[in-house]
Ligand binder design. Structure first.
Ligand SMILES: Nc1ncnc2c1ncn2[C@@H]1O[C@H](COP(=O)(O)OP(=O)(O)OP(=O)(O)O)[C@@H](O)[C@H]1O
Ligand SMILES: [Mg+2]
Length: 299
């Protein structure tokens, strides 16, 4: 089991072991997908490399969660190919897919914690399933809860936690086993700005310190601004500090994919996104979503 939290204060990471830098962590090629007869995704292609964040934006119902389910192999595309760490997954059987999923952490949109299990048991769940020795499980769960700053809540049930704390338990659970890729579906929805900032910082640390490929689905521009303008730096002492104040949308290791009507209308570095003259993108950035059904909707 890969464990990149082994020595969290040393700043040294073993995240690169077994990771081929030249192969994208995730690649979709020409994906079409329809739930019924309406095409929900139309010719979607993009790549996410190790140590990068790809932010996926669309209006509600735009197909973001569907893309994450396709990456996990929970849905099969009607056309196209999906590569996870270089391996094409659309024709794998369930056992083979399980191996692929072992290297992917998923933070679900709805939280998806087990209500009757404590924080500890929620985070330990996948390790228990894999028959990992109890002392290893305990050490891993403690490290992960320290990472999301929830050690004190270890005995609590999800119903005794705030929404933001539940999200952080979901993140700790997604990080079990040291996945190379983590998929975040609306990780900051309905959270206050401070908690939202804490979660963005966790994602940034995964990108910059652990070399994890992160796919972040969101509709919140403050999240986009945060992850494109702040980075985590390992100091000589080994301490990880957050460096902010960089111009928003300026980081090269964070890009944006924007969908509209099931198609990609933008895929690129965030700087180009910020200065796009596409009226739909400009409206999205400035917080006034265009109603596509409106008579004078912008093309
Ligand atoms: N199981 C399903 N069966 C049929 N249609 C579905 C199913 N799941 C999603 N859809 C439809 O597919 C489209 C894309 O859904 P998806 O959940 O991927 O959107 P989303 O971008 O994640 O939306 P949101 O921002 O609201 O979470 C929507 O029109 C939705 O109604
Ligand atoms: Mg969704």
């Amino acid at each position: 089991m890969r464990n990149f939290f082994k020595d969290e204060n040393s700043g040294h990471s073993d995240a690169r072991s077994g990771t081929r830098q030249d192969v994208p962590a995730i690649e979709l090629r020409n994906i079409d997908f329809a739930y019924e007869d309406k095409k929900n995704l139309d010719d979607i292609s993009f790549k996410v490399n190790n140590g990068e964040i790809k932010v996926i934006l669309s209006s509600s119902g735009g197909g973001k969660s569907t893309i994450l389910k396709l990456i996990l192999g929970l849905l099969k595309p009607d056309a196209g190919e999906i590569f996870v760490d270089g391996q094409e997954i659309t024709r794998l059987d369930e056992d083979e897919l399980q191996h692929v999923r072992d290297n992917i952490g998923m933070v679900f949109q709805e939280g998806a914690l087990f209500d009757s299990l404590s924080v500890y048991d929620n985070v330990a769940y996948r390790l228990n399933e894999r028959d990992v020795p109890e002392e290893e499980i305990e050490a891993e769960v403690l490290r992960l809860l320290r990472f999301v700053d929830l050690e004190k809540e270890i005995e609590k049930l999800p119903s005794e936690l705030s929404g933001g704390m539940q999200k952080r338990v979901g993140i700790a659970r997604a990080l079990v086993g040291g996945p190379k890729t983590v998929l975040f579906d609306e990780p900051t929805a309905f959270l206050d700005p401070i908690t939202c900032g804490t979660i963005c910082d966790l994602i940034i640390k995964l990108r910059d310190v652990e070399n994890v490929a992160c796919v972040v689905v969101t509709h919140e521009m403050n999240v986009v601004k945060h992850v494109t303008s702040e980075r985590a730096v390992v100091q000589e002492s080994g301490r990880v500090t957050m460096e902010n104040g960089i111009e928003p949308f300026s980081l090269a290791n964070t890009s944006i994919l924007m969908l509209r009507h099931g198609r990609v209308i933008f895929d690129g570095i965030s700087h180009d996104f910020a200065y796009s003259d596409d009226p739909y993108i400009r409206n999205f950035i400035h917080g006034t979503e265009v109603d596509p059904t409106a008579k004078h909707a912008v093309a």
